[in-house]
Design a protein around this ligand. Sequence first.
Ligand SMILES: N[C@@H](CCC(=O)N[C@@H](CS)C(=O)NCC(=O)O)C(=O)O
Length: 317
Amino acid sequence: MLVNGVWKSKWDPVQKKDEQGRFIRQSSAFRETISPTRISAVKRGDIETLGVKLYVAYICPWATRTLIARSLLGLDAHIPVSIVDPQLSDSGWRFHGYPGSTPAGQESITYIHQLYTQADRDYSGRATVPVLWDMADNTIINNESADIIRIFNNDLRSLHASEVDLTPESLLQQIDRFNERIYHTLNNGVYRAGFASSQEAYEEAYAELFTTLDALERHFETQRYAVGNQLTESDIRLFVTLVRFDVAYYGLFKTNKAQIGDYPNISDYMDRLLQMPAFSENTNIDHIKAGYYSIKALNPAGIVPAGPELHWFDYLK
Ligand SMILES: N[C@@H](CCC(=O)N[C@@H](CS)C(=O)NCC(=O)O)C(=O)O
């Protein structure tokens, strides 16, 4: 992580925990939005581009949320993307030519932490993806995926090439409630299990996680979507964790009471989502496996499992 603008020690998944050994996720530091003046100038045709860029990792569920939202909303032409290598190096995320990743698009950038010190030369904290980057001012606009999805959905509405609304007003409260529920026990719950530093912290996360999966299995007995009768932001948030579950979390994070494949209703739901290109095209199994299994603290020899073979791999390109 960065301490006063300097990269310190080797990358380590857990740099904060409570007294019981529970994993604590850092909160995001950059919380601005894209300049409204620039958005209307692009809309009017006065300037060609928004001058922003999205830095992501395909392995990362939080970053992939923003990619799926970008695709569903038809923002691809307005928001270029750079994709880091899947493996975390000793200096964190880097651009190193792994197949399926891209160049950084800025000559001075090899590591994501360099974006953070360009934005704030004294930055202290973890250098996470996603990063919504301002190419004109060379700074980070926002590094919180939850905000970035809302910026794409709400602030960029005039530029959407799609009718999709991920947070319709009539469902907003339900969406927020659903998101809150699955964040702690599922989205972050898998990390709370995988990065627990004590048996108790792991077992607590494990129990909460499978209680939520059981509740979701019952939910999808009668429902097609996470909230209401349409696709919303909550489906994106749910999908990114479910799609990594059998491939990475089940083994590496020891969340091995059951696989998603053991839940027929959740599996059908995944099939429905994967039939949409926004979901399938932003899912890269090779990056997910290579990335998670490169976490040396959990997998010192770096061996990437050969399996599993899942039927829904057929949906992926
Ligand atoms: N709150 C952030 C979390 C992002 C996050 O934790 N990303 C992970 C990858 S999945 C990361 O970049 N980790 C690098 C690190 O912790 O050093 C968001 O949702 O945008």
